[in-house]
Design a binder for this molecule. Structure first.
Ligand SMILES: O=C(O)CCC(=O)C(=O)O
Length: 315
């Protein structure tokens, strides 16, 4: 049976269910996570801190002359002609949306590395895991511009890209509002229950995809307001919607959390760019978050290349 067979279940699209009321009820929160394979929280990240990071990131975009003039400091309108003047593929991050140089500037922002440690975010995972939490220091900041090289992130699981424990949770949140039309994330409800699924190569961030099967039919999605958060374990299938707002940047963070006593793979402790931590830290005002994971008794696991080998998909 394929997704186009008349006998296939109809595609369903429903809105994310807000799990905020379950934060005070760990058993209920875990039961929902186990059933749905995702959790969504309204207004989780305080907007003052979110907008401070947005301002910093748009400052980077301004530095390269890619923002349309005449907006306030939080406006995300992009000068398409200017960004499309970056034509050197080798110097452009098509998994991010800007040049390598601009991404380096973004990765050096102290706020980008501080926000993932916000108590309002840590609380989710302390309740979910019932144990101490490791925040992976490797944060990905998407700066999705309307550049000719960009393709929306294809349907995939995070596990083959992150490895370590399958109990690593991605926390995805836009840095500002992100309606579906701006290319927010959507997930297949319950898909985590199928465990690791063989991959194929694909264009877009991550470079891998998992082909859809007939039973992959329940998409959850929504229009994110500033501060809303989507989180899911590393076997949940998810992808980005297409950015239909052709002159707007989509700024978002991918952060990973896991129980501190489960295995972590070494790359998760490296920067998400080819800078050294020392270079990222050079302009920071505070020291408390520098190399914080080195003080923790981590259990390291080996990288396994076989997860990234394209395979024939059997539904
Ligand atoms: O923001 C995106 O386009 C991709 C994010 C993603 O796939 C993830 O956080 O795992």
């Amino acid at each position: 049976m394929t997704a186009t067979d008349p006998a296939s279940p109809a595609i369903r699209k429903t809105l994310f269910v807000d799990s905020t009321p379950l934060i005070s009820d760990p058993a209920a929160l875990r039961a929902r996570a186990a059933e749905d394979g995702y959790l969504f929280f309204k207004a989780r990240v305080p907007t003052d801190e979110l907008f401070a990071l947005r301002r910093d990131l748009l400052g980077v975009v301004d530095k390269y002359g890619w923002r349309q003039p005449g907006q306030d400091e939080l406006g995300g309108a992009i000068d398409r002609e200017a960004i499309n003047q970056c034509t050197d593929r080798a110097a452009f991050r098509d998994d991010i949306g800007v040049s390598t140089a601009a991404y380096h500037d973004a990765q050096k922002l102290e706020r980008l590395h501080r926000l993932p440690h916000h108590p309002r975010l840590l609380e989710i995972y302390r309740v979910l895991f019932g144990r101490d939490v490791l925040v992976h220091p490797r944060h990905i900041c998407r700066m999705i511009t309307p550049h000719q090289f960009m393709t929306p992130t294809p349907l995939h699981q995070d596990f083959p890209l992150i490895q370590g424990t399958g109990n690593t949770w991605t926390c995805w949140f836009p840095i500002g509002a992100c309606p579906r039309a701006l290319g927010s994330l959507t997930a297949l409800q319950g898909s985590h229950k199928r465990g690791y699924l063989p991959i194929q190569q694909a264009a877009g961030a991550g470079g891998i995809t998992v082909p859809l099967c007939s039973y992959d039919n329940h998409w959850v999605q929504g229009d994110f307001e500033a501060g809303d958060v989507l989180t899911f374990p590393s076997y949940t299938l998810h992808k980005a919607l297409r950015n239909e707002l052709k002159d707007q940047i989509r700024l978002s963070l991918d952060v990973r959390y896991q129980p501190v006593d489960e295995p972590v793979e070494a790359k998760s402790l490296l920067p998400h760019c080819d800078l050294a931590w020392e270079e990222i830290y050079a302009g920071w005002k505070n020291d408390d978050l520098k190399y914080y994971w080195r003080k923790l008794p981590l259990q390291m696991s080996d990288w396994d290349d076989s997860y990234l080998k394209p395979a024939r998909r059997i539904c």
